[in-house]
Design a protein around this ligand. Structure first.
Ligand code: MF3
Ligand code: CO
Length: 249
C-alpha cells in the first residue's frame, strides 16, 4: 500500500530532509584528498545529532554507520572505514539519512575528489541529470514507471547503464515504504502518481555493465566489471502543481 501524506506530514518530512541536505552541503567541504571515509561518517553523524535528529541508517538491518560512502566502482552501501583514504581523481558517493520527529529524509550525491577525468565528470553529470528528469516526471497524472523511464532513457542514451539490483522507494514514517521505484521500465505503466506521495528517487549509474556484486562485508555493492559508478538521490513530495524537492534548500 502506498501511504499518501498530508501537508502537515510533508512539512515534517521536509524538516528531516533539510538536516540531510545541510549535512551533504557540509560534506562537500570535507571531501578532499587525504580524508578517510570514516571521517566523513563522523562529520555527518555529529551534524545530524547537533540538528536534533537521528542518523537513519545506523542500526538499520545491522548497518554499522551513519552514512554510506561508495568509492569509485562501489555502487551503494559502502561502509565508511579508517582504511579508506580519498585520493585525487576518485569519485565518492555519499548517502545520508536522518529521522526527525518520527519522519525520515534520504538523499545522496556523488562528488569528485580534487581533479577527476572527463569521463568521471560525464558519469556524475549524466547521473544527476537523470535524477532531475526523473523528478520532473513525478507529478499527478503520470505513472510510476514514467519516473523509471526518464532515468533509463537518459542514461542509456549517453552510453551508460542503469543498475537494476537496487531501487528507489516511498518514504515517510519509515525509511523504506511502497512503492519500489526501479530506474528502468516502460513509460505509461505502473501505479498512478498521486498528490501526497513522497518518493526517494535514486538512480545508480555504471560506466560499464549494469551487473553488481555484494562484497564479503555483506553490504558494499560493487560493479561486476570494475567500472565506475555514480549515485544521486532526492526525497521528493508529489504536489498538485508538481514535484517539491524536499532535500534541497
Ligand atoms: N539511500 C539508501 C536506501 O534508501 C540507504 C540505505 S543504507 C542502509 O536504501 F544502511 F540504511 F540500509
Ligand atoms: Co534511499
Amino acid at each position: 500500500m502506498i501511504i499518501l501524506k498530508s501537508l502537515q506530514e510533508i512539512e515534517k518530512i521536509r524538516k528531516a530532509c533539510l538536516v540531510v541536505a545541510d549535512a551533504l552541503e557540509g560534506l562537500r567541504e570535507v571531501v578532499r584528498p587525504g580524508v578517510t571515509t570514516r571521517a566523513l561518517d563522523e562529520y555527518a553523524e555529529k551534524f545530524i545529532i547537533a540538528a536534533g535528529a537521528i542518523p537513519a541508517f545506523k542500526g538499520y538491518r545491522g548497518y554499522p554507520c551513519s552514512i554510506c560512502s561508495s568509492l569509485n566502482d562501489q555502487v551503494v552501501h559502502g561502509i565508511p572505514s579508517r582504511e579508506i583514504v580519498l585520493r585525487e581523481g576518485d569519485i565518492i558517493s555519499i548517502d545520508v539519512g536522518a529521522v526527525l520527529e518520527g519522519f525520515y529524509g534520504d538523499a545522496a550525491v556523488t562528488l569528485p575528489v580534487g581533479r577527476i577525468s572527463p569521463e568521471s565528470e560525464r558519469l556524475i553529470r549524466v547521473t544527476e541529470e537523470s535524477l532531475n528528469r526523473a523528478i520532473e516526471a513525478a507529478r499527478p497524472g503520470n505513472r510510476l514507471f514514467d519516473i523509471s523511464h526518464a532515468v533509463q532513457s537518459h542514461v542509456e542514451g549517453q552510453g551508460f547503464s542503469v543498475v537494476r539490483d537496487f531501487v528507489g522507494h516511498g518514504i515517510g514514517r519509515n525509511l523504506h515504504e511502497e512503492p519500489q521505484i526501479p530506474n528502468f521500465g516502460p513509460p505509461g505503466r505502473g501505479p498512478s502518481i498521486r498528490e501526497g506521495m513522497v518518493l526517494a528517487i535514486e538512480p545508480m549509474v555504471n560506466a560499464g555493465e549494469s551487473a553488481t556484486v555484494i562484497k564479503e562485508d555483506s553490504w558494499t555493492a560493487v560493479t561486476a566489471d570494475g567500472s565506475l559508478s555514480a549515485h544521486f538521490e532526492h526525497t521528493v513530495a508529489v504536489m498538485a502543481d508538481g514535484p517539491w524537492i524536499l532535500t534541497k534548500r
